[in-house]
Design a protein around this ligand. Structure first.
Ligand code: PLP
Ligand code: TYF
Length: 376
């Protein structure tokens, strides 16, 4: 039956982990996938998440299905986190929001909804370069890559893969230009809090566009900022003009979602909602997000200093000026290949490294290996 099915290529990001796992050298480093690691190189479960889980265990909630659009308290709190408590559409109850299977699922719901209902164009502009999964997500949503009047996908903060974000001044200009050209902004916010350590500063672009009167689409992920990767917690929202329009949009979001997966998983949304609705856990969570962001920033400084100290040819200032989970190093494909083959260091072929994979035990070995690879 499947004799005609051709083998597909490995995922360019997740494939890096496979190569890493197969390597038996004790010095090996995985800088491929964007998942936070602590200073010991271990996955990190936030204390605020552990406490939320403890209180959930004590409360012994049932395992009933959620509504199609998810846990209502969670989606309201997710919208508040992104748009800000004072946001006009939030206060006016005109944000249509649904829970999603993390950020990927939010993008996919958004793609499907816009593919069906955005009246002006079946086209979306993606940044170049962008997150590798954006192209297949929107292709599978029936949106094409085509000119004018289109939807424009914007990384809200901590651009993946480059770590280069517009300044606030540049965001203001981008907002003006989109307005002038009547383009529709679709924000992908997968790293709120991870860029600057402040969830509100990282929401600047989203909040500015909304305050300027743009209607927006927004994908949110709680994978990185709450460390809820495998729990698949996210939200998709659309601002609308009033509660009546919101109700119509809500009804169609349900019709988009029901045949895809019926309703989202409950546990992770309960964790996120417990944190977002408790002032103490919220404060602890914000300080933990800042802790992760600060550790990454300190690794950037250490990496820069070590590369410069080793008199590595080239300019390395971008390692410090880039923000978020990644650094776009500028290493070439032959150099990244040499690093894997000779130094057991794994990154994506475009030279992107997940800064979170570096720590005080491996950063010197990493910098020395990069320096050697650059010197040839
Ligand atoms: N968008 C961007 C730009 C990302 O970098 C990621 C994850 O790395 C995602 C969306 C979605 O991730 P998830 O589906 O795990 O929330
Ligand atoms: O490192 C990145 O850019 C992401 C990470 O289900 C990722 O691709 C991995 C798995 C997943 C979603 C995102």
């Amino acid at each position: 039956t499947w004799s005609a099915v051709p083998a597909g290529p490995p995922d360019p990001i997740l494939g890096v982990t496979e190569a890493f796992k197969a390597d038996k050298d004790s010095r090996k480093i995985n800088l491929g996938v964007g998942a936070y690691r602590d200073e010991h190189g271990k996955p990190y479960v936030l204390s605020s998440v552990k406490k939320a889980e403890e209180s959930l265990t004590a409360a012994q909630p049932d395992k009933e299905y959620l509504p199609i659009t998810g846990l209502p308290g969670f989606t309201q709190n997710a919208a508040k986190l992104a748009y800000g408590a004072e946001s006009k559409p939030l206060v006016e109850n005109s944000i249509a929001v649904t829970q999603s299977i993390s950020g990927t699922g939010a993008l996919r719901i958004g793609g499907a909804f816009l593919g069906r209902f955005y009246p002006h164009a079946k086209a979306i502009y993606l940044p170049v370069p962008s997150w590798g999964n954006h192209t297949p997500i929107f292709r599978d949503s029936g949106l094409e890559n085509a000119p004018e009047k289109s939807i424009v996908l914007l990384h809200a903060c901590a651009h993946n893969p480059t770590g280069v974000d517009p300044t606030q001044e540049q965001w203001r200009e981008i907002s003006d230009i989109l307005k002038e050209k009547k383009l529709f902004p679709f924000f992908d916010m997968a790293y709120q809090g991870f860029a600057s350590g402040s969830t509100s500063r990282d929401a600047f672009a989203v909040r500015h566009f909304v305050s300027e009167g743009h209607q927006i689409a927004l994908s949110q992920s709680f994978a990185k900022n709450m460390g809820l990767y495998g729990e698949r917690v996210g939200a998709f929202s659309l601002t609308t003009v009033d509660p009546e329009e919101k109700a119509r949009v809500d009804s169609q979001l349900k019709i988009v979602i029901r045949p895809m997966y019926s309703n989202p998983p409950v546990h992770g949304a309960r964790i996120a909602n417990t944190i977002l609705s408790s002032p103490e856990l919220y404060a602890q969570w914000e300080s933990e997000v800042k802790g992760m962001a600060d550790r990454i920033i300190s690794m950037r400084e250490k990496l820069y200093d070590t590369l410069v100290g080793l008199q590595t040819p080239g300019q390395w200032g971008h390692i410090k000026s880039q923000i978020g989970m990644f650094s776009f190093t500028g290493l070439t494909q032959p150099q990244t290949k040499a690093l894997a083959d000779k130094a057991h260091i794994y990154m994506t072929a475009d030279g992107r490294i997940s800064m979170a994979g570096l720590n005080s035990s491996n950063i010197e070995y990493f910098a020395e290996s990069v320096s050697k690879a650059v010197k040839g």
